[in-house]
Ligand binder design. Structure first.
Ligand SMILES: N[C@@H](CCC(=O)N[C@@H](CS)C(=O)NCC(=O)O)C(=O)O
Length: 233
């Protein structure tokens, strides 16, 4: 009997920002993968996942039985081994590729990280929230918005003329970050970039997949109505 199992399996959760980064990349690269929803709240699932990848961080790609962790590495792996002809998220020119890796890293470190800290804080019992850490994370986001806005002057995408891995990182990082710290009116370049990202079909499809889970997102109060109800009903 023919084997119908796909060689690529992505362990993920539809609400997770880092999972969005890889879902957007899969879509952009024209790659099909079996998506396995991971519930880390379930002790048995958590134990099985930790046996596969001991950091316990998702997403995790499994390619032909071999675990491929860490989103930026996953995307490089996908491009190298599985991308549809003509699709790329990391340019072939070495200097241009370095810019993409730089901005991918900047978004992970300076937008994703404080955004995740704010989510983690909301998951704590109300009487046990860390207000100092919260203030620091909000400040980190405001400061990142200012230098990202400056960098975006005259640009369509963040690191290259074409949509790249860095934009895959930027889309979910900003999507969730703005629910905590909205983009200020003086950051028009960033606001325009945010709208371009949200209009990108790969990003839209990823958000569509997350929509049924938005009710469980701790920062849902800050999520714009248009994301809950894109048809405006
Ligand atoms: N550096 C990692 C970060 C992944 C990450 O932080 N994933 C979060 C979900 S967005 C996670 O697994 N959280 C679960 C936990 O920490 O228990 C990557 O790029 O893959």
């Amino acid at each position: 009997m023919a084997h119908l199992t796909l060689p690529l399996v992505l362990h993920y959760h539809p609400l997770s920002s880092y999972c969005h980064k890889v879902l957007i990349a899969l879509d952009e690269l024209g790659i099909d993968a079996e998506k396995r929803l991971l519930n880390l709240g379930d002790p048995a699932e958590r134990a099985a996942f930790l046996a596969l990848w001991p950091t316990g961080k998702m997403p995790l790609l499994v390619d032909g039985g071999r675990p491929v962790p860490e989103t930026s590495i996953i995307i490089e792996h996908l491009q190298r081994h599985h991308a549809a002809p003509g699709r790329a998220l990391i340019p072939h020119d070495a200097d241009a590729a370095l810019q993409v890796r730089l901005w991918d890293r900047l978004f992970d470190q300076y937008v994703m990280t404080p955004m995740q800290a704010l989510t983690a804080n909301l998951l704590r019992p109300e009487n046990n929230r860390d207000t100092l850490n919260e203030a620091r994370a909000r400040e980190a986001l405001s400061s990142a918005y200012a230098w990202i806005d400056q960098h975006l002057a005259g640009r369509t995408w963040i690191a290259d003329d074409a949509f790249s891995m860095a934009d895959c990182a930027a889309a979910p990082a900003l999507f969730y970050a703005v629910t905590y710290v909205p983009i200020a009116p003086e950051h028009g370049h960033l606001a325009g970039y945010f709208d371009r990202l949200m209009e990108r079909p790969s990003v839209k499809r990823t958000i569509d997949g997350a929509r049924p889970f938005f009710q469980y997102y701790p920062g849902r109060q800050g999520l714009a109505r248009r994301f809950f109800d894109p048809d405006g009903h």
